[in-house]
Design a protein around this ligand. Structure first.
Ligand code: AMP
Length: 420
């Protein structure tokens, strides 16, 4: 213990658990790398206004949850609470939409920050893998992203998740629905905070989890009845493509999500083993966001999958990922001379591409063999003075327990052959 602890709502990733997180990140991004998405990385902080304009002043994320700061130079910055606005900002800044064909397909992975009330599955620092397809209005693109997320979760072995799907309409039909909903909500018996929300962001009231609110929402106008023909046709096409791909989803009228920029398709992946923080991922179409942040019209769609919650979902389903050991050979020298010789061999093995480690710190044979075991290495190489005098080392296969003397100068080749 030091005097310090990880800040409230955060946790550290340490070995051996951290390997699981890396594997999850890798699995979540693998389908994207295989589907034409290029890697993008943006700063951990941005101009506050990017989020207040993009994500929306009235959203919880912007109004309550942002970590904001004023720099010594007087700039107003915020730690990024989500990825989409930053990625679109960066794509526009780099003119990616002008350089090649549309859509521009990008994927990313990183840390995000929200000042939320911490609980299991909800942290102030969390990790996402995200994807954005910028500059095309094509239902196949919405379907592609949902299919790829489904594939990512399935390759991890997850089964108990559901896909919720909705359409939020577009700038033609949503305002008409919004008016109708506001009219309905204004007649209800609601607290002041919620009344304010009716003006600012009435769709969010539908998302209210309290039963006394939900009871009153029975009979509220539903968006589906207000969708314009173009939105309806678009949504039907997304649904058909998902069905054709064998991806099972549930229509969820109430799925509005917490960000203002969504239009048309919205979706969420929820896991049934996670309690209240059940969303493992989510996303949707954001046809107006580019213009909201001063860019040209670029209809786009994207998602972000939560790494932390995906790990919790794996645990909830009792899935243990098979992670290959990161060390193949562990060298245990007995005596000073052997230390020098084996250290050189470890270097040689590593340069030849074999993952190798060494018993540092000059401990005895017993302690060193413990480290070898813990490393998960397939082979140990042990050598003492007598071995060296004969020009050999003892190569032990930790799986079979077999041990053989191997000439020093063919050790690397021998190990490579056995590992192949
Ligand atoms: P959102 O942008 O809120 O839809 O977030 C996308 C995904 O990121 C969610 O489905 C969660 O898996 C994850 N996520 C969002 N907020 C948090 C948080 N505070 N702690 C952990 N994971 C989060």
């Amino acid at each position: 213990m030091s005097t310090f602890k990880a800040p409230k709502g955060t946790y550290d990733l340490t070995p051996p658990d951290s390997a699981k997180y890396l594997a999850v990140r890798e699995a979540l991004s693998a389908p994207l790398k295989n589907s034409g998405y290029g890697y993008i990385e943006t700063p951990g902080f941005e101009d506050v206004a990017l989020f207040s304009r993009g994500v929306g002043e009235s959203t919880d994320i912007v109004s309550k949850e942002m970590y904001t700061l004023t720099t010594k130079g007087g700039s107003e910055l915020a730690l990024r609470p989500e990825g989409t606005a930053s990625v679109l900002r960066a794509a526009l800044e780099a003119n990616l939409h002008k350089l090649g064909n549309l859509p521009v397909k990008l994927w990313y992975s990183g840390s995000y920050y929200r000042y939320e009330r911490p609980q299991k599955g909800r942290y102030r620092h969390f990790s996402q893998v995200g994807a954005e397809a910028i500059g095309a209005e094509d239902p196949a693109l919405d379907a592609e992203l949902i299919i790829l997320a489904d594939q990512a979760y399935r390759t991890l072995g997850l089964q108990n998740f559901r896909i919720l799907l909705n359409s939020l309409g577009d700038k033609e039909c949503r305002p008409v629905y919004r008016d109708a909903l506001q009219e309905f909500l204004r007649e209800l018996d609601l607290d002041d905070d919620t009344r304010r929300r009716i003006d600012l962001n009435p769709l969010r009231v539908l998302d209210d989890k309290r039963t006394e609110v939900q009871k009153q929402l029975v009979g509220a106008p539903v968006l589906r009845d207000y969708l314009c023909d173009a939105c309806k046709a678009y949504h039907e096409e997304v649904r058909d493509l998902l069905t054709a791909a064998g991806v099972v989803y549930e229509d969820d009228e109430k799925l509005v999500r917490g960000l203002d920029y969504y239009t048309r398709t919205t979706f969420e992946f929820v896991h049934d083993g996670l309690g209240s923080q059940s969303a493992v991922g989510g996303g949707g179409r954001y046809d107006g966001l580019s213009e909201m942040i001063g860019g040209p019209a670029l209809p786009s769609v994207g998602w972000a999958l939560g790494v932390d919650r995906t790990v919790l979902a794996l645990e909830a389903e009792g899935i243990v990922l098979e992670l290959p050991s990161s060390t193949s050979v562990f060298a245990v020298p007995l005596g000073e001379e052997a230390r020098r010789v084996l250290f050189a061999k470890v270097t040689e093995l590593r340069r030849a591409g074999v993952a190798a480690d060494f018993a540092f710190g000059g401990r005895g044979l017993k302690g060193a063999m413990k480290s070898a075991n813990r490393s998960g290495a397939r082979f140990t190489v042990v050598a003492g003075e007598r071995d060296l005098a004969e020009g050999v080392v003892q190569l032990k296969d930790m799986e079979s327990g077999e041990q053989q003397a191997v000439a020093l100068d063919v050790l690397v080749a021998e190990v490579q052959q056995k590992l192949a």
